[in-house]
Design a protein around this ligand. Structure first.
Ligand SMILES: *[C@@H]1O[C@H](CO)[C@@H](O)[C@H](O)[C@H]1NC(C)=O
Ligand SMILES: *[C@@H]1O[C@H](CO)[C@@H](O)[C@H](O)[C@H]1NC(C)=O
Ligand SMILES: *[C@@H]1O[C@H](CO)[C@@H](O)[C@H](O)[C@H]1NC(C)=O
Length: 199
């Protein structure tokens, strides 16, 4: 319950911040600060497993993140949630294709479940990152790491479900690519959390 309320709050907030930053792209203050905020994202992304993907996905949020490492992690987790949801749609659409065997359909169903678990864990990671100001901050931080790494395990477990010669290579390929997106976005979010206090 708690999770959905927080997220329900966060996304509209993010949207508003983005809207404002887009409607006033060259306000006087932004002129000087924009490159600085982009540099912050660059420096942070440098520690991630997939730096160019990190830059591409997180630079659009630079002006709302400013130089807040916690916020950058939360944005990265939300980007991973969106990526996982998109992947879930792609995997679901596979089920509707002609020539899908019963075995493949079952693997697809398991995969969707894995991805949904992943989305849930990413939301818990966002929740934990929002509690770093609490007394149990170490506990919250280790939870955030645990949940962010759990999503990688889930995506791997989906891919493993198709590592069987009974599966059409085309289906395998779609699964691999979709899971790769989740794994990369999840790994990047995890790296950022692991390096939260670097600067
Ligand atoms: C990224 O890391 C490399 C090696 O650690 C370093 O040489 C480079 O200056 C860093 N770049 C940024 C933008 O921090
Ligand atoms: C950074 O962002 C987090 C999450 O939005 C917030 O709780 C925290 O107060 C911010 N820190 C600073 C120094 O603004
Ligand atoms: C999918 O990925 C797995 C492991 O990463 C690999 O063994 C397999 O060959 C890949 N399948 C395809 C069709 O790319």
């Amino acid at each position: 319950m708690k999770v959905s309320t927080r997220k329900g709050l966060l996304l509209p907030l993010l949207a508003i911040v983005l809207f404002i930053s887009q409607t006033q792209p060259l306000a006087t203050a932004a002129k000087d600060s924009r490159p600085a905020y982009t540099n912050f994202v660059k420096t942070k992304c440098n520690v991630t497993t997939y730096p160019s993907l990190c830059l591409k996905t997180l630079t659009p949020y630079a002006s709302s993140v400013k130089i807040n490492s916690t916020k950058l992690c939360i944005v990265a987790l939300n980007v991973a949630i969106k990526g996982a949801r998109d992947a879930s749609v792609i995997v679901s659409n596979l089920k509707k294709q002609k020539g899908i065997s019963r075995y493949e359909a079952a693997a697809i169903r398991d995969c969707i479940e894995d991805v949904n678990d992943g989305v849930y864990e990413l939301k818990l990671a966002v929740e934990a990152m929002g509690h770093l100001g609490d007394k149990d901050k170490e506990f919250q931080l280790s939870n955030a790491k645990m949940y962010a790494s759990a999503v990688i395990t889930d995506a791997d477990s989906c891919t493993d479900g198709f590592n069987d010669r009974k599966v059409n290579p085309k289906v395998k390929d779609v699964i691999n690519r979709s899971m790769a997106v989740i794994i990369r976005l999840g790994s990047n979010a995890l790296s950022l959390i692991n390096h939260l206090y670097d600067y």
